[in-house]
Design a protein around this ligand. Structure first.
Ligand SMILES: Cc1cc2nc3c(=O)[nH]c(=O)nc-3n(C[C@H](O)[C@H](O)[C@H](O)COP(=O)(O)OP(=O)(O)OC[C@H]3O[C@@H](n4cnc5c(N)ncnc54)[C@H](O)[C@@H]3O)c2cc1C
Length: 435
């Protein structure tokens, strides 16, 4: 690939090469009528569609592009436990009852995903071999200890790993300690999303691709969605655009900042290299201020990810820093060939938590996973569907809430770039204090 050839974040994803086929879909060209319309055929929208269809509701899902075109078809596919806030912070923010409901749901997120996969026989190369977070300095080690203690109080055992154990599991001596979440794992994210679409269709959901919803208007006591060539009339609408949210619903795009994450994948590695780099098939995160993440695919390609530039089309130059960081951790990879490069948008929220909102009666928004949407999108998509079914707030893991908006949102790229420079500076300071 030439230095200047633009990399398309979706088309060039490794997952496009190894995914199961997408189910057949059409572009909307009719006047549809259903109970619930869902905007966004990512894993949030499709998990919601599946739950609603199984509950007997008529459902139409519409996506501007293909199934999994957004982050769902490009992600690292790590199925992680937890949110960016730990149990104590959740209880402080939401109170004991609601906080405990959330914690309970969150700690069971990986099992929820893998159980769903097994139940519906979703073909998505799922591996539940655990997730390790490596601590590069004393600050992160201390954070991990207190987080493990907090989760233990809620019956969730996270294992603290010492330096020797980290070397054994990761193949590098760099980490002074680590945190193992045994129930976590990874999957082929585009296959997972396409398979969710297949099962949702089998349960009666209609899915329309290349059907950008251009307008959402009130239609007496119902809602009307308009695309270039068709309409959907419905009682309820779920907005599941996450980092790809546009101006369809006024103010919604301002609740998230779309930060880019980039990924790259090697050619299949030799057995020798695979035994020396993450030999236990765990997914792995290097917990610095700016996170580096790793996993294998089913054919032994190593995938590595990092934050990217604030645009949707990438260049090989954007991956130089990531390659340097990877070889600083695993010098044995210095001559390996990185065959695939891609990336996409992560939706960051003001309080670092995802949300389910109801900007208008009967219009439910569900998004803001802050980079943890494979597990959380599954959980929240199902929770949004429960809200659409009319279940009580108190019976659902995530209640309806009013999301905060970013002020001066149109300048978000400047803000993100400034934050990244700040985190880089802090990382440098951390490196001077390394244990
Ligand atoms: C590079 C990268 C790596 C990541 N790695 C991980 C990871 O390892 N683990 C993890 O848990 N999370 C990860 N994430 C985050 C995770 O992928 C997302 O949180 C999750 O996929 C969000 O799913 P979603 O269905 O909510 O949104 P998306 O998958 O982004 O789907 C939104 C869809 O909405 C559609 N849309 C928007 N507006 C309209 C409209 N007006 N009309 C019709 N359609 C519309 C878009 O076309 C898009 O397809 C990663 C993300 C990226 C980008």
């Amino acid at each position: 690939m030439s230095e200047t050839f633009p990399i398309d974040g979706s088309r060039d994803a490794l997952w496009m090469q190894t995914a199961v086929a997408a189910p057949k879909t059409e572009t909307l060209s009719t006047a549809e009528d259903c109970e619930v319309a869902i905007v966004g055929a990512g894993l949030t929208g499709l998990n919601a569609a599946l739950l609603l269809a199984k509950a007997g509701k008529s459902v139409c899902v519409l996506d501007a592009k293909s199934i999994g075109f957004g982050a769902s078809g490009r992600s690292g596919g790590q199925v992680n436990l937890g949110l960016n806030l730990g149990p104590a912070a959740l209880i402080e923010k939401f109170g004991l009852d609601q906080g405990e409901r959330m914690i309970d749901a969150v700690v069971n997120t990986p099992d929820r995903v893998f159980t769903l996969i097994n139940k519906h026989e979703l073909r998505c190369d799922a591996v539940q071999a655990g997730w390790i977070q490596g601590a590069i300095n004393k600050r992160v080690s201390a954070e991990q200890k207190s987080l493990a203690a907090e989760y233990a109080q809620h019956g969730c055992e996270l294992e603290l790993l010492d330096k020797a154990s980290m070397r054994h599991r990761t193949g590098t001596n760099l980490y002074s300690s680590g945190l193992l979440s045994p129930s976590a794992g990874f999957l082929q994210p585009l296959s997972y999303t396409r398979e969710l679409a297949r099962v949702a269709q089998e349960n009666g959901a209609k899915i329309f691709t290349y059907s950008l919803v251009e307008q959402l208007v009130k239609d007496r006591d119902r809602w009307l969605l308009k695309t270039a060539n068709g309409t959907v009339r419905c009682n309820k609408v779920l907005l599941c655009g996450n980092g790809y949210t546009d101006n369809l619903q006024k103010g919604l795009a301002e609740t998230v900042v779309p930060v880019r994450s980039i990924l790259m994948a090697t050619a299949p590695l030799s057995t020798e290299l695979r035994q020396s780099v993450l030999p236990k098939q765990v997914s792995f995160v290097d917990k610095r201020r700016l996170i580096l993440y790793f996993r294998y695919d089913r054919d032994g390609r190593l995938c590595a990810g990092y934050h990217g530039p604030m645009r949707d089309s990438f260049r090989l130059q954007d991956y130089v820093l990531l390659k340097e960081k990877v070889t600083a951790i695993f010098p044995q990879l210095k001559d390996c060939i990185w065959e695939r490069h891609w990336g996409g948008r992560i939706a960051i929220t003001k309080n670092a938590l995802p949300f389910i909102g109801e900007p208008l009666p009967g219009v439910i928004s569900c998004m803001g996973y802050n980079g943890r949407g494979v597990g959380m999108g599954t959980l929240m998509g199902q929770a949004a569907a429960q809200h659409a079914l009319g279940m009580e707030n108190s019976d659902i893991a995530f209640p309806i809430c009013e999301p905060s908006r970013f002020m001066l949102h149109r300048f978000h790229a400047l803000g993100v770039n400034a934050s990244i420079r700040w985190f880089e500076l802090q990382e440098y300071v951390d490196s001077l204090q390394r244990s």
